[in-house]
Design a protein around this ligand. Structure first.
Ligand SMILES: [Zn+2]
Length: 329
């Protein structure tokens, strides 16, 4: 290794064991340098490529993990939304159910009122009501439980919510309608009863404002003679000018002045009944007039055989005087 040539080469002696010959390997200097350099380069390349690869793998894994996490989150979010939607639906259904109950009781009430009205109309056969109210409909049955619930998730949630809202709107409309009906039916019934009452010929209305009975029907001591005498009616004390009402609907038979009776009126009612009103200060009807029950026919006074302002009221049944009190009491 002292020659110029030898400076260019290195000789490696490979000594194995006794059976093998010694091997000589001549390696040029540049090669000696090149091999480890190449090896280092190669190794570093490998490391770099490994790093790149692993970073790619890691990145890919990271990406996968991220997307899985997002998917999980989305799934959780969907589950949450769904649970929320189910909760909302449940609440809506509970509300609807209670509204349905409310509606059922209202319908029941309206149905009862309608029945009452129908019975009244049938009983009295009044054709004063519009035909539409006479149409008897079958009671509506509402059972919200048979319309809601079930596999509602199978339907798109928003559709169910829309349906729920629509149902709520329908309920609101129905409730308003029922409220109107509930308010109107009793009024109609009341008016029908009033009309029926007014046209009723039975003389059962108290004939004036005062309720002070000054003399009853039957035998009494006559206020003028002091002797026992028959009193054919009742006397109701009051003020001159107090209104006198027809005790029942009918036709005026007499409206005139006559000695002991003073200014008096006789009204003919159905079933052979007549009522007489005596000692009035003023007459407001004439013979032949048709009067309704409660109509003012005159004013209280003290005309005729009278000791003070009062109404002598009597009832005649089949041409016989009877006690008026059972009629008007
Ligand atoms: Zn009298």
């Amino acid at each position: 290794m002292k020659s110029a040539k030898s400076k260019q080469h290195l000789t490696l002696l490979v000594l194995r064991d006794a059976q093998h010959a010694v091997k000589q390997i001549h390696i040029s200097k540049p090669l000696l340098i090149a091999v480890p350099t190449a090896a280092i380069l190669c190794l570093s390349g490998l490391i770099v490529s490994m790093q790149v690869h692993s970073s790619q793998v890691i990145s890919k894994m990271e990406h996968e993990i991220t997307s899985k996490t997002i998917a999980n989150l989305q799934m959780e979010l969907t589950v949450n939304n769904r649970e929320e939607a189910i909760l909302r639906l449940k609440n809506e259904i509970v509300n609807l159910s209670s509204e349905a109950d409310d509606m059922k009781s209202k319908m029941q009430r309206v149905s009862e009122l309608e029945d009452e009205l129908q019975k009244f109309i049938k009983k009295h056969d009044i054709s004063m009501l519009p035909e539409s109210t006479e149409v008897h409909t079958d009671p509506l049955s509402l059972d919200a439980s048979s319309h809601v619930g079930g596999e509602f998730i199978a339907v798109h949630q928003s559709e169910v919510l829309d349906l729920t809202q629509e149902t709520k709107d329908d309920f609101e409309l129905m409730r308003k309608l029922l409220d109107t009906m509930e308010n109107h039916i009793p009024n109609t019934l009341e008016k029908a009863k009033e009309t029926q009452e007014m046209i009723s010929g039975t003389p059962d209305a108290w004939p004036t404002v005062s309720k002070v009975l000054t003399s009853s029907f039957g035998y009494r001591t006559d206020p003028f003679t002091g002797k026992a005498a028959f009193h054919a009616g009742i006397d109701i004390g009051g003020q001159t000018g107090d209104p006198i009402y027809a005790a029942g609907a009918g036709q005026v038979l007499s409206a005139e002045e006559s000695g002991a009776r003073g200014l008096y009126i006789v009204i003919q009612h159905p079933e052979g009944l007549q009522t007489s009103y005596m000692h009035m200060s003023h007459l407001k009807v004439s013979p032949g007039d048709l009067v309704s029950k409660g109509e003012i026919i005159g004013e209280m006074g003290s005309t005729g055989r009278s000791t003070g302002a009062h109404l002598h009221f009597q009832v005649i049944k089949q041409d016989e005087v009877v006690n008026p009190l059972p009629y008007i009491d």
